[in-house]
Design a protein around this ligand. Structure first.
Ligand SMILES: NC(=O)c1ccc[n+]([C@@H]2O[C@H](COP(=O)([O-])OP(=O)(O)OC[C@H]3O[C@@H](n4cnc5c(N)ncnc54)[C@H](O)[C@@H]3O)[C@@H](O)[C@H]2O)c1
Length: 339
């Protein structure tokens, strides 16, 4: 089976590629290696996959990994409506995992256009390629942010998600609608995964756990919003990747009783953690006490996230395994070694 993983230089994409290679699949990674955060980290992830910077950097060139005979990489943007179909035609993928997107909630207040380009135009191009090149299964990243300010917990995929409070969330909800339409019109099996705050080694420098760690080490105060009264369903990267790998392996399974080939699943730990407990766990592993700067709630942020993952457990046997304490330790070990 040949799989296209978009966002392969990104945090989740990189880990997914590694896991799929270990399972013996043939994988092509795609990424535009944009500078939303430090590109050195993206190139370092690629180097781990056997594609060094000189091979990853040129646009539109497929480079063979020097470590994995079943991996190659191409630098390309999803918005490239000329080259993307050529890649699909040439490579004849069976499955597509679309993880490339403009991520981040707060940045969508500053640079809305980036979200339109990558998440809307880019996703439409992926759907068009899936339609014209007979892709057997499209798996794509949605987000827990689609639940907005919903009060009922845990969040279930049957809950109404019509009130996104950031443009990022609106684009992710739109992806689910686009995917439904393409599944219906062109019989493409699609599986959308609502990820819940993913953390771990090789993580994203724009995310709170990463900036918290940096601030604690530098002795700078950490800004904590809503006076710390926030919780997140932090999910360790290996649990996310194990879930994705299971879905690739077992193929499409409807998430509801409806006769539709568009599935939506939550994928998370299912155990929300108070933000202050999370900060203190990082502090314990760094042997340093965090300094806190309490601030009011900020725009676009949600109070809590909490995944109900029963459907994924029932259909794919997904069980999150990594506890917060172990996950944070693994992240801190990586962080201190990398930096
Ligand atoms: N990390 C999380 O906690 C989390 C939570 C919910 C949803 N998600 C979603 O999961 C996916 C992966 O997230 P991540 O944390 O790995 O983010 P990431 O930013 O590390 O990875 C995304 C990658 O996509 C690439 N990219 C962006 N726009 C592109 C485009 N137009 N064409 C080609 N490549 C492009 C970027 O260069 C980046 O390497 C994203 O869709 C994100 O929205 C992540």
């Amino acid at each position: 089976m040949k799989i296209l993983v978009t966002g392969a230089s990104g945090f989740i994409g990189f880990h997914l590629v590694k896991s799929l290679l270990d399972s013996g699949y043939i994988v092509v990674g795609l990424d535009n290696i944009n500078d939303y955060y430090d590109v050195h980290l993206k190139y370092a992830r690629m180097a781990e996959l056997g594609v060094d910077q000189s091979k990853a950097e040129p646009w539109g060139v497929i480079s063979q990994s020097s470590t994995f005979s079943n991996f190659s990489f191409i630098r390309m943007s999803l918005e490239n409506r000329i080259e993307l179909p050529k890649l699909f035609k040439k490579e004849k993928f069976d499955v597509v995992c679309n993880l490339a997107a403009q991520a981040g909630v707060r940045y969508s207040l500053e640079n809305p256009e980036a979200y339109m380009d990558s998440n809307m135009v880019g996703f439409l191009n992926i759907l068009e390629c899936c339609r014209h090149y007979a892709i057997k299964h499209l798996i794509y990243a949605s987000s827990s942010s689609v639940y907005g300010l919903n009060k009922k917990v845990p969040f279930e995929t049957d809950d109404r998600v019509d009130y996104p409070i950031s443009l990022y969330a609106a684009t992710k909800k739109s992806n689910e609608l686009f995917a439904y339409t393409y599944s219906h019109l062109f019989a493409i099996p699609t599986t959308g995964l609502r990820f819940f705050t993913v953390y771990g080694p090789w993580g994203r420098p724009d995310m709170a756990y990463y900036t918290f760690t940096k601030s604690i080490l530098e002795g700078r105060p950490i800004p904590i919003f809503n006076n710390g009264d926030l919780s997140r369903d932090f999910t360790y990267i290996d649990d996310i990747v194990r879930g994705l790998n299971l879905i690739v392996q077992e193929g499409f399974k409807p998430s509801k009783e409806l006769k539709t080939n568009a599935a939506i699943y939550n994928i998370g730990r299912g155990k929300p953690v108070n933000l202050m407990d999370f900060v203190n766990t990082i502090g314990q592993h760094l042997n340093k006490k965090a300094r806190i700067n309490m601030l009011p709630m900020q725009d676009g942020d949600v109070y809590t996230t909490w995944a109900n993952t029963e459907a994924l457990q029932k259909n794919y046997g997904y069980t999150p395994k990594i506890d917060l304490n172990i996950g944070v330790k693994k992240f801190i070990d990586w962080y201190t070694a990398y930096h």
